[in-house]
Ligand binder design. Structure first.
Ligand SMILES: Nc1ncnc2c1ncn2[C@@H]1O[C@H](COP(=O)(O)OP(=O)(O)OP(=O)(O)O)[C@@H](O)[C@H]1O
Length: 529
């Protein structure tokens, strides 16, 4: 299990992650979502010990990554598929990583087969397509047959078949009882892959719940009603009748009506009593994408100047006033109103200028049963800056609710974090200038090139150079070394982290290994080479 408590990361005056607390449990695929720049990669880097938290902590199986014995055998990661030595053949690349971790060479061929790169194993990776690079990165993550896997945008660049393969692979890995944490911007893919979601916006926790709960909490069922296209007056008549009955009616682009607030049988009765014929009356639920957009749109930092949130809002008829939010149903104009219990206040984000509110949710510091934040709680909320004057409205500024058709945000869209912060000067390496553990970034599961004579360390997925982490000292295996199995008791077959905190897996007992999943036996020390 991965557990973050009060995790905060600042780069100079830029707060990338703020007071983040969550758990990623074994036996499930946990999706990690958030708009661009919301702090996903930074969080993943902190999980992998590639960045130090400014405050708070994150552990894997109860240990910070750097203190995990034989981490490459316990944790595999794909952060940046391009973080490979391009001049090295795919197989040799994996072989280097395997050697650093004491993984038998035969495992290299296994994972090459698993990712479908066996035919190009001897080709240099610099000639690889984006998708082939992703596959190589996934192979590296699987190399140590780890119990915990992190993937940052794993389907990036993959063709449909590759996407399907990754989806099945993630599910199979989770079904084996592994912890699978995966970020993606592809909502449709997440909807098909993830069991649980952690959503962040501007570095703060927005949601931590099952995918079904997330959709129902951020959307609501609605009905599509269609009257004969040839009789527009029927549509008007029905629209009035439904509104009179307490429904909320919005026009769909194809001429249908989107009705919320009334059950289908009631809509049918009203149509019948109004003597209106129906061509369609169908129930609908918002998609994950709609729910996600609805939740996060106020936390989007980077938005096109021509983006009018098209598709999220119904255009207002000429001269019409924006509808008022409906208590218990949120703001009309969105795909669907929020569920009554949410009252349109689904984002646990602090109001502008308000005192710091720790993220709510089951794992929020201070919540019953929640781990206490080591620090971070009580620190000033970096987002609680004075709101800009309306006249200064920046493109990045979240749209305040006063704009009528903005979605029902919680107390406030945050004051804008502002432009992307210039990267602060990278911190001085604390070590001797060796390529630090960040060389593992691309494939953190296994030692990356440093010890294998590879060129300078590839950085993680983040654009800005993260501070080189202190090497753990010459000769110290750290994450690069193939140290014995984590459980140290010489039981390498059990890649469970020691002192696993008691936390029930989300899903039941691990299922049977799936065919696609790596199942090689890395348990015998003598197998290591
Ligand atoms: N090394 C760094 N120095 C300075 N700022 C950084 C650094 N790394 C990340 N940031 C900033 O922290 C914020 C979060 O970045 P991060 O890469 O974690 O976001 P993300 O959610 O992964 O974004 P995306 O979806 O675009 O990949 C951004 O504003 C980014 O500019």
């Amino acid at each position: 299990m991965i557990e973050a408590v009060g995790l905060t990361k600042r780069y100079g005056d830029k707060t990338a992650v703020y007071n983040l607390s969550f758990q990623v449990r074994p036996g499930a695929v946990t999706g990690f979502l958030g708009p661009n720049g919301s702090g996903k990669s930074t969080t993943m880097r902190m999980i992998l010990g590639l960045d130090n938290p400014t405050s708070g902590q994150v552990t894997i199986g109860g240990y910070p990554y750097r203190k995990l014995p034989n981490a490459p055998r316990q944790v595999g990661a794909l952060l940046d598929a391009k973080a490979v030595h391009g001049g090295r053949a795919a197989r040799n690349h994996l072989l280097c990583l395997a050697q650093l971790s004491g993984i038998p060479a035969r495992r290299v061929d296994e994972v090459l087969g698993v990712v479908g790169l066996q035919d190009v194993a001897k080709k240099r990776s610099k000639g690889f397509s984006l998708g082939m690079g992703q596959r190589l990165g996934i192979a590296a993550a699987l190399l140590g047959d780890p119990q915990v896997l992190l993937f940052d945008e794993p389907v990036n660049g993959l063709d449909p078949e590759g996407i399907l393969w990754v989806r099945n692979l993630m599910k199979a890995l989770a079904a084996e009882g592994r912890t699978v944490f995966v970020s993606s911007h592809l909502m449709s893919e997440m909807a098909l892959t993830a069991d649980h979601l952690i959503v962040i916006g501007r570095g703060q926790l927005l949601a931590d719940m099952s995918i079904t709960d997330f959709i129902s909490a951020n959307s609501a069922d609605f009905a599509r009603v269609r009257t004969p296209d040839t009789e527009p007056q029927q549509r008007e008549k029905l629209s009035s009748a439904l509104t009179e009955a307490g429904g909320h009616v919005l026009p769909e682009q194809d001429g249908a009506l989107r009705v919320t607030g009334l059950p289908l049988p009631r809509i049918s009765d009203i149509a019948h009593h109004s003597d209106v014929r129906l061509w369609e009356l169908s129930p609908h639920q918002a998609s994950l994408e709609e729910a996600y957009m609805r939740m996060t749109q106020g936390a989007v930092d980077y938005r096109s100047t021509i983006d009018q949130k098209e598709g999220l809002q119904q255009p207002l008829p000429p001269g019409a006033q924006p509808p008022m939010p409906v208590p218990g149903q949120g703001q009309p104009g969105w795909y669907a109103p929020p569920p009554p219990q949410q009252g349109g206040q689904s984002l646990p984000m602090p109001p502008q200028g308000a005192p710091v509110q720790a993220p709510s949710g089951p794992y929020a510091p201070g919540a019953p049963g929640a781990p206490q934040s080591a620090s971070g709680a009580g620190t000033p909320n970096p987002y609680a800056q004075p709101a800009p004057q309306a006249s200064q409205g920046s493109q990045n500024a979240p749209q305040p609710a006063a704009q009528g058709f903005a979605p029902p945000m919680p107390a406030s869209p945050q004051a804008p974090v502002g432009q992307p912060a210039a990267a602060p000067a990278p911190q001085a390496p604390q070590g001797s200038g060796q390529p630090g553990p960040q060389v593992l970034a691309g494939q953190a599961s296994a030692g990356q090139a440093s010890a294998a004579g590879a060129p300078s360390a590839p950085q993680t997925g983040a654009a800005a150079p993260s501070a080189p982490q202190a090497p753990q000292g010459p000769g110290q295996p750290g994450r690069q070394a193939p140290a014995g199995q984590a459980s140290a008791a010489g039981a390498p077959s059990a890649p469970q982290a020691p002192a696993q905190p008691a936390a029930a897996p989300v899903s039941a007992a691990p299922a049977q290994p799936a065919a696609a999943a790596p199942t090689s036996d890395l348990t015998k020390p003598e197998d290591a080479r």
